[in-house]
Design a protein around this ligand. Sequence first.
Ligand SMILES: [Zn+2]
Length: 486
Amino acid sequence: MSAYQSFIGLEIHIQLLTKTKIFCGCRSAFGDEPNTNVCPVCMGYPGVLPALNKEAIAKAYLVARALDCSLAAAAVFERKNYFYPDLPKNYQISQFASPVGRNGRIALELSGKVKRVRIHDVHLEEDAGKMIHAGDVSLLDYNRTGTPLLEIVTEPDLELGEEAEQFLQHFRRLVRYLGVCDGNMEEGSMRCDANVSVNLAGKGLGSKVEIKNLNSSRFVKKALTYEIARHTELLEAGGKVLQETRLWNENRDLTEGMRSKEQADDYRYFPEPDLPPFTADPSFLAEVEGALVELPAARRARMARDYSLSDAQLDFITEEKERADFYERTVALGADPLTTASWLGSDVKKLLNREGLELAKSPLTPERLAELLVLLGENRIHGKIAKQALEVLFAEDKDPAQIIREQGWERIDDAGDVAGFVDAAITANPQAAAAIRGGDPKAIGFLVGQVMKTSSGRADPQLVHQLLRERLQSRVTEDSDANASD
Ligand SMILES: [Zn+2]
């Protein structure tokens, strides 16, 4: 065991998915024409008054609730004073003394062990604008100014870069399940700063370094791994770690010093005089409770009990709430749980990728998938036909039963009809027929294959076997022609 111990805490910012900004009626959206979603309130003109967006505060409480925080009876907004060109008011409305949630926890499985990470607090604030540096000039886009931002601060309960990466992935899944954030780190709707310290084991926290500019969970892992190694090396050589803020340089794969850590009181927090504290009354709290959904870890555990799926299937299905909902709805409509899981993970996934579609926006619905898989389960269509029907479903946006009817793909199980195909196959392949009469098990597989081909996969394979054996009086036993089954 290493003589050193590392401590990692994360500060995660998520942009809440609300229609409008937090204190004004401007549209909150990514990718619009710069400076089109602005008004005197979010531009900080004198004399304007902010008004709290109910949707934003409800989503903030929902996250705090999902993280098992104690919820503030009255959430207070404060001004955090600083000057930066992306913040036209010269202060940010945030929370300090009385945030929406405190003392929460999140449990997740890390390398097979349950790890509990304490949540220090969850607070709501307004986002700043975006600065775009272009050569000698810097451009400002204020569309993001005043969009609701939720900051989740963890205690330093993580130890390794890998753990921080997995924590972030888990957290992203959680906020997507709750429908409060899209978790898109590339577009900046989820951002992360990390703090890390290293000390001799048992000696508590060391000098804390904050790392900013981490816009993917992979960078979080790389930057923390780099930083822990840097601290350990410094300490082993008898040196001291400087308490500072560093930036991750993704091009050089290292962190670089940025500025010495500011103290919190530099910001001169004081209560926002234009916004009364938000009181979370019983009806508001009941709404929050009503919006709570079964969270990813709990859902995975329950689904592991309800359906006998492999770990990989469970991971895949519970990765997105929409997919888990789709799966459970399909099964509830009568499709076999295992077949549904394997179709979602293979054929359906392949088609979605090929068409560049999301499940929710595709022509496939749980009703349609269930219909198709029930037809397959009842042996009314052949496996290959079912796959073809899925292709047609994607191309023509029709119900499986209709497709099968229109294409004439129903299984042929009338003995007379199948006999026609069997006799034709025997006539066309005299050598194979002779081999079967002589007891060659491979030849029967070949003839079954020929019948399936000429009947476009529609002849009932068991009936084909039976008729072939009857006609050729084969000495081939049942189990020796298993290779011919569908
Ligand atoms: Zn505005």
